[in-house]
Design a protein around this ligand. Structure first.
Ligand code: TXA
Ligand code: MG
Length: 343
């Protein structure tokens, strides 16, 4: 299949019309959002949604997020709308927040990965919302990468993964945020964070009170542990290189890596200390780290890195999202120089 690319910068109307037509015909189209690019199809058409799983190579039990452009589209998709969801939607939608609720019967099982719940998000990206509105559809869209690789934050990376697999990519330029949405479940009494993102735990708790943080946000699931979010049990965000996170000061990190013939993933401004370095944002600016992380992981592959030592991000605020992605891309390998000093 030939994969066409249409840029919204030069052909906005054509991008809306062509993508809308293909989506209504049951095809898959890659679209920009403010977080990462999405692989979209009509969420209520099981045959269309199946094509997403095939294009990504995604396991069928890993559910998709349904994207809406208007609050009126929420009610038909869910059994009921919890009060806290209404409060969250008012503050954070449109935006990088996904909320999970009990699903209604119109949501096909293939979209929800066989679960009786559904994840919903109203993206902020103007093109994405225009497309949902003008196509008259709600769109199921996972990140537009091949299953297991880092999520794409520009159209070139979507093309690298999806060329020949889907008919159309809409190029909306680089994504503003660079990591996927915050995912929070409202299916139990206490809301539970399943995936950290730009909307932080601190911001959520300020608004609706205490939430719980799923174990899998920071830790590797044990072999027999059931994942609250099926996506958490699969290998994720992994470049070809073998990554380890190194906890400790910059000087410890320099000393530790100096005799190793490897790449380092460090913060901006630190790169002159190393022979082969790729940077991922500023040490004291977690938003810039979120913005750079997936691109940096892909750059390491492009440079042919085999072994990589990564600086450890701060886990406060948006840093939790950065750490959550980096630790998965490292297969949970952490070298703790601090605790060695202490012991
Ligand atoms: O920012 C984003 O959320 C991007 C853009 C395209 O909107 N989408 C995205 O989708 O990251 P995806 O499929 O790559 O990640 C969705 C995550 C997966 O880990 C999935 O397991 C989880 O959300 N999820 C979806 N529906 C769920 C449900 N009903 N219950 C539990 N987890 C769910
Ligand atoms: Mg994904």
């Amino acid at each position: 299949m030939e994969t066409k690319v249409i840029s919204i910068k030069t052909e906005y109307e054509n991008a809306l019309k062509t993508a809308g037509r293909l989506l209504n015909e049951g095809c898959v189209v890659a679209i920009p959002t403010e977080t990462v690019y999405g692989l979209a199809a009509n969420a209520l058409n099981p045959d269309a949604v199946k094509k997403i799983f095939i294009a990504k190579g995604r396991p069928g039990d890993n559910p998709l997020i349904v994207h809406i452009s208007d609050l009126s589209q929420l009610q038909p998709l869910v059994k009921s709308i919890p009060g806290k969801v209404k409060i969250m939607a008012e503050k954070f939608w449109p935006g990088p927040l996904t909320m999970i609720m009990e699903k209604s019967d119109i949501v096909p099982d293939v979209t929800s990965g066989g679960l009786d719940t559904v994840a919903i998000r109203m993206p902020e990206n103007a093109y994405a919302r225009d497309l949902i509105h003008t196509s008259g559809l709600v769109l199921a869209a996972p990140s537009a990468n091949l299953s297991g690789s880092p999520s794409p934050t520009n159209a070139k990376y979507v093309f690298d993964d999806m060329n020949g697999r889907i008919p159309l990519i809409i190029d909306g330029g680089p994504c503003d945020i660079g990591v996927e949405s915050t995912v929070i479940s409202f299916t139990n009494d206490k809301p539970r964070l399943l995936r950290p993102g730009k909307v932080t735990v601190e911001e959520i708790e300020d608004l609706i009170g205490e939430i719980s943080i799923d174990d899998a946000v920071l830790n590797q699931l044990k072999d027999n542990e059931k994942a609250s979010s099926p996506g958490m049990k699969y290998k994720h965000y992994a470049p070809k290189a073998d990554i380890s996170i190194v906890k400790g000061s910059l000087q410890d990190f320099i000393d530790y890596t100096s005799d190793k013939d490897s790449f380092v993933l460090c913060f901006e401004g630190e790169e002159d200390n190393f022979k082969n370095a790729v940077t991922f944002g500023l040490a004291d600016d977690t938003l810039s780290e979120a913005n750079r992380l997936f691109d940096a992981l892909r750059e390491l592959d492009e440079k042919g890195a085999k072994t990589v030592y990564a600086r450890c991000p701060d886990t406060k605020g948006v840093g939790l999202a950065v750490y959550n992605r980096l630790i998965r891309s490292a297969g949970f390998k952490i070298i703790d120089l601090q605790s060695k000093e202490n012991s």
